[in-house]
Design a binder for this molecule. Structure first.
Ligand code: ADP
Length: 484
């Protein structure tokens, strides 16, 4: 098993070459399961970002624009092939850098990465315009043109998968990309960039620039030659990005946080509901924007849901992410662990009851025990604010109206789940829940074919499916006067 990424500095990938930062600066990336430094990474500054954007612009105006759309698709398929070839290395790198269990990466992240890539590879040559018969004296039609240079700023919870959600549709549309991974999980993005070069993507089509948000991220946001920012991360940073992007009116897509409700009615299949409620909040150590962090249980089954959920939490295999039997790894960083432990303290002080968990697991690495809070009131901070950790809050409701009021009663609108055997009720909730995705009798699955995103503090715009094609293209009208 890999325990260090390599002794060499992991350099930036700009214009088809691996290079140190112009400043010569580096930063450490740490394995959150052990707290050990696993690699040194070049730290992009504003000057490196400028070089990456220039390279992306040159590639966009040059070889990438001249390539047939079908050939772009073929390159993407080739990249998928190389990802399959190097799957073991990618899984290990992702695991030691982020703390995600190898089993989960293999089962969930890697297949999603490949599905995303092949789905959009197939779309590259199907981005069509329309002939619109507006007039009798002219031929009028539309074409969809790529937007240009895309800055993709991604978080640390699903570095490979969310990275690919952005890269794949952008490349399919004919855009070029500057990818800035999160500073705590930069390694797999660099590897994907290398594989893209090996696949034959022209230099500059995909640049990868690890660095800090306030420096490298901000430089991308401020850069006058970036056409589009696609961002997944926190609402605080989302707001800063929106402000920064106003300079040259960059197009922006924001996928931000959530505090999603998972509503369980007494007529639901309780075994299935509690099982999914458990994975809905504990999967990826709760570091999921659509985590079902608020479990709303009807008063008649409340105690049973709490007790069964606690039993699930207790049976979660927590430990070394490199072992295939591990189901839950550490939080991604010490900062994140402290943040989660702080929230647990806040919950206690607010009067909620810790049924299980509630503390750090071990004293090496950044593990927190899966935690279940009962007796949670709607207005408590642990029920309103995104914790981004393995902390379930279970809230009691009395009837449909109460459940709906609670479910819709946060600043977020990303996802929600409802469990019931009553078809009418299911449809009422599908209609009335404020969420980009409503899951019925399941919780958490996503599919690249289905639009994904939220509103209010969860951001705006949709990724995935056709929506992503709109995100990375602009329509042009061509009006050819023909005469009658
Ligand atoms: P979290 O708080 O969960 O770490 P962030 O929203 O801070 O999530 O980070 C998501 C991504 O946004 C990371 O790649 C980070 O480097 C980047 N980022 C952070 N601050 C800024 C900023 N001011 N401008 C642009 N990108 C930023």
């Amino acid at each position: 098993m890999l325990t260090r990424a390599s002794d060499q500095t992991h350099n930036l990938l700009i214009d088809g070459r691996r290079m140190p930062a112009l400043s010569g600066r580096t930063f450490d990336t740490v394995n959150p399961a052990t707290g050990e430094v696993i690699a040194k990474v070049a730290e992009a500054g504003a000057d490196d970002i400028d070089a990456a954007v220039r390279s992306a612009r040159a590639a966009f105006e040059g070889p990438w624009k001249r390539m047939r759309a079908a050939d772009r698709g073929q390159l993407m398929l080739k990249l998928a092939e190389l990802i399959r070839r190097d799957e073991d290395e990618l899984v290990n790198l992702e695991s030691i850098d982020s703390g995600k269990p190898v089993s989960a990466i293999r089962r969930q992240d890697l297949p999603a990465v490949l599905d995303t890539l092949t789905y959009y590879a197939g779309m590259a040559d199907k981005i069509n315009g329309q002939v619109i018969p507006a007039r009798t004296d002219a031929l009028t039609y539309t074409v969809r043109e790529p937007l240009g240079v895309v800055a993709a700023i991604i978080p640390w919870n699903f570095p490979l998968m969310i990275g690919m959600w952005k890269i794949a549709p952008a490349l399919a549309c004919g855009c070029t990309v500057v990818l800035k991974p999160a500073e705590i999980t930069p390694l797999t993005a660099l590897k994907i960039g290398e594989l893209a070069l090996e696949a034959g993507f022209p230099a500059g089509v995909l640049n990868v620039v690890p660095g800090f948000g306030k420096v490298a991220g901000q430089a991308l946001v401020d850069h006058p030659d970036v056409d589009k920012i696609t961002f997944t991360g926190s609402p605080v940073v989302g707001r800063q990005i929106l402000q920064g992007a106003s300079g040259n009116l960059k197009r922006v897509t924001l996928e931000l946080g959530g505090k999603s409700a998972n509503i369980i009615f007494p007529d639901a299949d309780l075994d299935a509901a509690v099982k999914a409620a458990g994975s809905g909040i504990f999967f990826n150590t709760g570091q999921v924007c659509s985590a079902g962090s608020r479990i709303l249980a009807h008063e008649s089954i409340y105690d049973e849901v709490v007790q069964r959920l606690a039993a699930r939490a207790d049976s979660t295999r927590i430990g070394n992410p490199q072992e295939t039997s591990t189901a839950m790894g550490p939080l991604v960083s010490e900062v994140q662990m402290k943040r989660v432990l702080d929230y647990i303290e806040i919950g206690r002080n607010e009067g909620a009851r810790v049924v299980t968990g509630g503390s750090r697991h071990g004293d090496v690495g950044y593990f927190v025990k899966p935690t279940v809070f009962a007796d949670v009131e709607h207005q408590m901070r642990i029920s309103q604010e995104e914790i981004f950790g393995p902390v379930a809050t279970v809230i009691k409701f009395t009837d449909e109206a109460d459940a709906l009021r609670l479910a819709n009663g946060t600043v977020y609108s990303l996802a929600a789940g409802v469990w019931s055997a009553d078809i009418g009720r299911v449809h009422r909730f599908a209609r009335d829940l404020k969420a980009g995705t409503v899951w019925v009798n399941t919780y958490g699955p996503t599919d690249i074919r289905l639009p994904w995103g939220g509103s209010r503090d969860s951001g705006f715009g949709r990724e995935h499916g056709d929506a992503a094609i709109e995100n990375f293209t602009e329509q042009k009208v061509v009006w050819i006067q023909t005469g009658k």
